[in-house]
Design a protein around this ligand. Structure first.
Ligand code: BGC
Length: 691
């Protein structure tokens, strides 16, 4: 390979889209465009890299006029399913749909922890827990790579808020980082070996993630011996020297020009090579890592494209919504049992048209197109991409289909008085509360926007049978909680969302989702009641201290004793389950076995969760394992969970190893992190292991 050929592999350029309307002259005509293009080396049979977003479907913010793709629910719905098989199916779907379009790199695999309920991108992530996130991300990555498409895991690491993300310094205790966000990445990477890792925009402890010797050379390529390549996020390479720290590829180079005034892995990198400042060995390593992943995943040796059965893919989107929707509260009103001729008032949320999605680079145009798009706008480069997108699966239409004996009437939810008037003469009122969240914007509070709380209050006042359905991507404040009879958390439910919501409300599907993140009672009880830098002008540096360390999410509430509104792992069913006969063995790690029984009258799925409660004399709450178990009425199943010993240990940065203190380890079987049932303990010996 000539040096020029080598260097050509190190820069990706973006296609023309809503984000960047001008086409880049380096992209040849006829190339299927997405977020990134890297020329190949045809002389040597090295394919060009064609990159597309992302985890919720093959995105198209104008790259490929007219092209649409399966639009999956928010990743939080996959998280809420606690179902690795669904994550795998989604990964395969993404791989197939990417490959059918000629894309060989998927920028999917969002694996940041949802540490902050205000993070605008929580919907693109799986959960607040390292095990759940790592396991599900691994399945998605493996599914994609099984299709011969390289999968990326992102945004490495601690890109847990969007506030001024290019200037954000995320501060955390390094050992706590290893036990939390980095553990999620480690679990996913070792299980699924993604071909590439995308560095985040932010700094971690003062070093930009894409130029961090600590995170790249030290942890990822050093301790974990990661053999693939590290690409930057789009516009996250200000300087060529990031190559010395471990960055292998500059991405979205045009954005680097806009933000930092140049393309550092272009001429500056060539000059550094010529002057010897960039060692030749490092250049060879950068190139070798990219080539290695191409060959390891088989992106160079594509046979005929796998079949894309869009009906089957629609089924995956539907099933993810069904299993991901969480029934938060139900005092018996659900599933609806209506007399013939009953009136159902459906209010708000554009429920006559469809369901909303999150915004930013992950937004997908579904097969039937959008049922509506409203530009919301806002400051910074992501303002242009901030839209209220409605996917055409109308809850109103679906409820009418499932309730043929009822009259389903719709009110837009614009005015509390008008909505109350319809609710008053209905037998049941279903109010939709939506919130548009997305890339580039953190939430300023947990409230529903646009006066929706006042509409819900008025409807609940007018009708004692009020059900609230939430469509959003982060925890929501529920000021009307005690005045409504049921609350359904539907997240952004994807292209079949309206159907899944209607099926759950009407009882055709028994809800089985469990919260993958805590719903706090209010911001005061979260680790950061105030989010530094919120609302400050674009470009202003900000420092966010993640002083909760490894105690993200439910672990924080266990530590502080605060009672959240709804705990991690919580979710109701239309049947009941019993957990019993917990037996625990020690030794090198904890192995627990227990029996789950469906004690109710209808089939349903339970998600028993095994938590560590005490580690060698220290109170410590950690999810050690889980299993989604489908059971017929009266049916029982024995489940065995073996804990990853890292979840029982502490990371010792000085030694660079995991340290397990010998002693008694106690575990409990939970319905959520705050509802623990049977407990047992076992002895573990002191040991040092892993890296
Ligand atoms: C996002 C990435 C995405 C990339 C390419 C960035 O703004 O942070 O998640 O993959 O754009 O579209």
């Amino acid at each position: 390979m000539t040096d020029e050929e080598r260097r050509s592999l190190l820069v990706s350029v973006m296609g023309a889209s809503a984000f960047l309307p001008e086409p880049d002259p380096r992209i040849p005509d006829g190339v299927p465009m997405g977020a990134g293009y890297v020329p190949g080396v045809p002389r040597l049979g090295v394919p060009a890299l064609l990159m597309t977003d992302a985890s919720l479907g093959i995105t198209n913010p104008g790259y490929r006029p007219g092209d649409t793709a399966t639009a999956l629910p928010a990743s939080l719905a996959t998280g809420a399913s606690f179902n690795p098989a669904l994550a795998r199916a989604a990964g395969e779907l993404l791989g197939r749909e990417a490959r059918a379009r000629g894309f060989n790199v998927l920028l999917g695999g969002g694996a940041n922890l949802t540490r902050d309920p205000r993070n605008g991108r929580n919907f693109e992530y799986l959960s607040e827990d390292p095990l759940l996130t790592g396991v599900l991300a691994a399945e998605a990555i493996a599914g994609t790579q099984a299709m011969g498409v390289i999968s990326t895991i992102k945004h490495y690491s601690l890109n847990c808020n969007e506030t001024n993300r290019h200037w954000l310094d995320a501060v955390i205790d390094p050992d706590a980082h290893r036990e939390s966000d980095l553990l999620a990445f480690q679990i996913a990477i070792e299980r699924a070996q993604p071909g590439s890792v995308m560095g985040g925009y932010n700094k971690v402890n003062g070093e930009y993630a894409c130029g961090s010797p600590t995170l790249l050379g030290g942890v990822l390529k050093g301790a974990w011996e990661y053999p693939g390549w590290v690409m930057s996020d789009w516009g996250a390479t200000p300087r060529w020297e990031y190559a010395l720290a471990g960055l292998d590829q500059e991405s979205g180079a045009q954005i680097d020009v806009t933000l930092w005034g140049g393309e550092p892995f272009g001429a500056p990198l060539a000059a550094a090579l010529a002057s010897g400042e960039l060692p030749r060995e490092r250049l060879a390593d950068m190139v070798r890592r990219i080539l290695r992943s191409i060959y390891a995943v088989g992106a160079d040796a594509w046979g005929p494209a796998p079949d894309v059965d869009m009906d089957r893919h629609a089924g995956v989107a539907l099933e993810t919504a069904r299993q991901g929707i969480v029934l938060l509260k139900n005092d018996g009103v659900l599933p609806l049992a209506l007399a013939d001729g009953a009136t159902v008032a459906v209010i708000g949320g554009y429920a006559h048209l469809g369901v909303p999605s999150g915004t930013g680079s992950s937004a997908v145009t579904p097969p039937a197109g959008h049922a509506g798009t409203i530009g919301i706008g806002g400051p910074g480069i992501m303002g242009a991409a901030r839209n209220l997108f409605l996917l055409p699966s109308s809850p109103v239409d679906e409820l009418r289909r499932l309730l043929p004996g009822a009259t389903v009437e719709f009110d837009p939810g614009m005015s509390p008085a008008e909505s109350a008037a319809l609710a008053r003469r209905a037998d049941v009122a279903i109010v939709f509360g939506i919130r548009i969240e997305g890339e580039g914007f953190d939430l300023h509070d947990l409230a529903l926007p646009w006066g929706q709380d006042a509409v819900i209050e008025a409807v609940a006042e007018a009708n004692p049978n009020t059900v609230v359905v939430l469509e959003n991507g982060s925890p929501v404040a529920l000021p009307w909680h005690d005045r409504v009879r049921a609350i359904v958390e539907a997240w952004y439910p994807g292209q079949a969302g309206g159907q899944a919501i209607a099926e759950i409300v009407c009882g055709a599907v028994n809800p089985s989702g469990r919260l993958p993140l805590t719903f706090p009672a209010d911001l005061a009880q979260t680790p950061r009641p105030e989010l530094p830098g919120l609302g400050r002008p674009w470009g202003e540096p900000v420092t966010i201290r993640y002083d909760e360390g490894a105690d993200a999410g439910y672990r924080w509430y266990a530590r502080t004793g605060a009672a959240p509104r709804y705990a991690f792992g919580h979710g109701l069913s239309y049947t009941t389950f019993e957990h019993r006969d917990l037996a625990v063995e020690g030794g090198e790690t904890i192995t627990a076995a227990f029996t789950v029984t469906n004690t109710g009258t209808r089939a349903g799925a339970d998600v028993p969760q095994l938590y560590l409660t005490e580690a060698a004399g220290e109170r410590r709450l950690r999810l050690l394992g889980f299993e989604r178990v489908e059971l017929a009425p009266g049916e029982s199943r024995r489940v065995t969970v073996t804990a990853d010993p890292r979840l029982l240990a502490r990371f010792d940065g000085g030694a660079g190893r995991w340290q397990l203190a010998g002693g008694t380890y106690r575990v409990a079987l939970g319905r959520s992190a705050a509802d623990l049932g049977p407990e047992a303990g076992a002895e573990l010996g002191t040991r040092t292991f892993g890296r």
